[in-house]
Design a protein around this ligand. Sequence first.
Ligand code: SAM
Ligand code: DTB
Ligand code: SF4
Length: 335
Amino acid sequence: MPFTEPRHDWTREDIAALYEAPLDTLIGKALAVKAENWADGKVQKSQLLSIKTGGCAENCGYCSQSAHFDTDVKAEKLMPLEDVVAAAREAKAGGADRFCMGAAWRSLKERDVPKITAMIAAVKAEGLETCVTAGMLEPHQAHALREAGLDYYNHNLDTSREYYSTVVSTRTYEDRLETIAHCREAGINLCVGGILGMGEGREDRVGLIHELSKLDPHPESIPINMLVPIEGTPLGNSPEISVIEMARAIAVCRIVFPKSWVRLSAGREGMTEEGQALCMLAGANSIFVGERLLTTNNPGETRDEALLKSLGFEHASREETATPQVRRHTLLGQA
Ligand code: SAM
Ligand code: DTB
Ligand code: SF4
């Protein structure tokens, strides 16, 4: 079986052609790429914790935590270290292998760096992969987080370059790309994806995937979120996107990012089991586990166990999941 080399020369037209293909053709291709690069029936599990909730200075139109909108979320202070460690232990006991700490900040402030690095070190010491999402970073801050043991930084592009300013106006696409570059330079793995269902068109979904494909190397994790509509936000009444459109986006990501985790992220709570199954069968190989995302609900252990059991899928880490061919390639230092 040929080994799939990630490509960075996809055109928008190439991606649109995949996206528009008959669903059986698209999913067939996605599963062929998956089989070349990943063992069958395995799923990676990440768990989120909101370590600093609400009161954010940005105006992302989808977000419950922006200070610009009147939502049910109340602003809270940064969580104490011991509470974060307790939550990480619980996540590990529940089967998560990556712990993602989310802070509702526009950018990381110098005075908070020691607190965040202490959290990273403590969570890492529990035997979990670490992930942080805390807004924009300066290059030296990215280095400080990496030195503390940060494995992943999450910083989403959310949508196409053209549609971005209709969703958020307090920062630019370029701002996002800068922080992403700082993380890459510091040696941190990237978790970069987007949201579907914000009133964007298919061309914007294609545009998002195209922008992600230009990142070299590709982000190691690609979260695909379905908008969780939040009352009080500008996007709270957006028309719901179909699960088939989610599955298409996931299948295209599986093809374009052969070696990245593709995560069926926010929005599972609002989907049927069959809808989630379709997204997994389109090539997703990662989910968020636990009862909560950041400020909204997630299916939780009992329902996820049932879903994974019905699919015959099992939890697995990167080492267990990569096919022998990829493992060999990685060991040779060529990945
Ligand atoms: N402040 C940081 C930032 O924006 O990068 C970190 C937290 S932010 C909540 C992380 C990501 O969650 C956003 O980039 C967005 O893609 C996703 N997100 C936020 N609210 C969402 C919602 N209502 N539905 C789906 N995804 C959402
Ligand atoms: C990502 O792409 N999705 C996660 C994580 N990265 C930080 C966040 C989803 C948030 C969903 C809405 C909420 O719970 O507030
Ligand atoms: Fe703030 Fe992040 Fe929410 Fe935007 S998505 S308002 S940056 S917490």
